[in-house]
Design a protein around this ligand. Structure first.
Ligand code: DOR
Ligand code: ZN
Ligand code: ZN
Length: 424
């Protein structure tokens, strides 16, 4: 049955245009005025966007499915308007072989309600210096390589990894962290570390490794992508490297754009993530980095944990917060509504930019012939973020309780509705 989405403000060719979208056999077959079909979705006064892309999520599947699995994680993604996500390999077991990776990809396809791309690890088990068979991982379908959750400690190992990744046309997506400098810290080295008497994380743990790896990327020519940049100096280093022609891209997470260490109240572990919330100057530098193109895109680092894992203070609790279900509405409310950026800029950072960075052919664009991966948002109605509305198995986010604009009305993948808001 053909469907038409009528009268929405459609994000098309990086502009907003009022038009209709006709969907037949799961694909977009026409875009224009006065289109008709058997089934009509009224999008008057709503934003119609390509399904959002989130290149950084943790689905804990296999191994830690009490926190999340591919099904619950993708239901959460759909609730947030995402139709393509990319899952990190810090699961149990780590997909070190083509066979294990293939298994994960099959699970992603069978149990995901949105498209789930899959990262392989940079080193075996995300530790040490042994590299897995990159050619095998690539052939099995790895979208890129990442040791997310951990940094690669040896420069020589990263150098070899980059050489082999380059040979296999794989991107190295890095969680930049020097463990010796990190020194078992739990919170940014700043005012709150002192106030709560917690072990500090110096920004050097991130910046020194980015500096090292920019040099290695320049030498090897690999596409080096920095995950969740969180400091001003990281942005400055990447800006200089880009000017010098280093093939580097990077992402920033919504929480680093919207929160600072000053927001951490009462030693609350829902504000504990890695990298940690930084200073006001860092936050402002991240926004500037996005605006001047140094930072290419936004990705959530959706990191679900059970209540038990998050219990206790900053010292005991696991690092990480969920992000899929709050990202768009928080970013729209706090960045676009407050005038820090335009709606089309925000949409670019969540659609066409990640598609370009990761060379995704059929995501992030509304165009004739493309699959109907579409999200519809209500930008006008205020809504409170309630824990009971989350589809994720976990609820470890500091954003619960906020009142936001931009809730998702509907998400479809290949023309099939995977999330629909309840009637108001
Ligand atoms: O806060 C984080 N949580 N940072 C990471 O790098 C890993 C993630 C996780 O897996 O929970
Ligand atoms: Zn990370
Ligand atoms: Zn992560």
């Amino acid at each position: 049955m053909a469907t038409v989405i009528k009268n929405g403000q459609v994000y098309l060719d990086n502009r907003l245009t009022q038009c209709d979208i006709l969907i037949e056999n799961g694909c977009i077959s026409a875009i224009g005025q006065d289109l008709a079909a058997e089934q009509v979705i009224d999008a008057q006064d709503k934003l119609v966007s390509p399904g959002l892309i989130d290149m950084h999520v943790h689905y804990r599947d296999p191994g830690q499915t009490a926190k999340e699995n591919v099904h619950s994680g993708t239901l959460a993604a759909a609730h947030g308007g995402f139709t393509t996500t990319a899952a990190m390999p810090n699961v149990v077991p780590v997909p070190n072989t083509a066979e294990l990776l293939q298994k994960m990809i099959t699970n992603n396809e069978q149990n995901g309600v949105v498209h789930v791309l899959q990262y392989g690890p940079i080193t075996v088990d995300e530790v040490g210096d042994t590299l897995p068979d990159y050619a095998g991982l690539k052939k099995a379908g790895a979208i890129a390589l990442s040791n997310d959750g951990k940094g690669v400690q040896s420069a020589q190992t990263m150098y070899k990894a980059m050489q082999q990744a380059k040979d296999n046309h794989l991107i190295i997506a890095e969680h930049a962290q020097d463990d010796a400098l990190f020194n078992l810290g739990v919170i940014n080295s700043g005012s709150k570390a002192k106030k709560f008497n917690l072990r500090p994380i110096t920004e050097l743990a991130e910046t020194t490794q980015i500096a090292r790896d920019l040099l290695l990327a320049a030498k090897t020519g690999v596409h080096y992508h920095v995950c969740h940049v969180s400091t001003k100096i990281s942005v400055d280093l990447i800006r200089i490297a880009k000017k010098r022609g280093v093939p580097v891209t990077c992402e920033v997470a919504p929480h680093h754009l919207l929160l600072t260490e000053n927001d951490i109240a009462q030693n609350d572990s829902n504000f504990k993530m890695n990298p940690p919330l930084r200073s006001k100057q860092d936050q402002q530098a991240l926004i500037r980095g996005l605006l001047d193109g140094t930072i290419d895109m936004i990705a959530t680092d959706h990191a679900p944990h059970t209540q038990q894992d998050k219990a206790g203070s900053f010292n005991e609790a696991a690092f990480g917060i969920t992000g899929s279900e709050t990202a768009f509405s928080e970013l729209y409310t706090q960045l676009v509504k407050k005038g820090h950026c335009s709606l089309t800029q925000l949409l670019a950072w969540l659609t066409i930019k990640p598609a370009k960075v990761f060379n995704l052919q059929h995501a992030g664009r509304i165009a004739i012939g493309e699959p109907a991966d579409i999200a519809i948002f209500d930008l006008q109605t205020k809504k409170k973020l309630h824990q009971q509305d989350y589809f994720s198995k976990s609820c470890n986010t500091p954003f619960t309780g906020d009142t936001v604009y931009g809730s998702t009305m509907m998400t479809m993948v290949a023309g099939r509705v995977v999330y629909q808001a309840k009637e108001q």
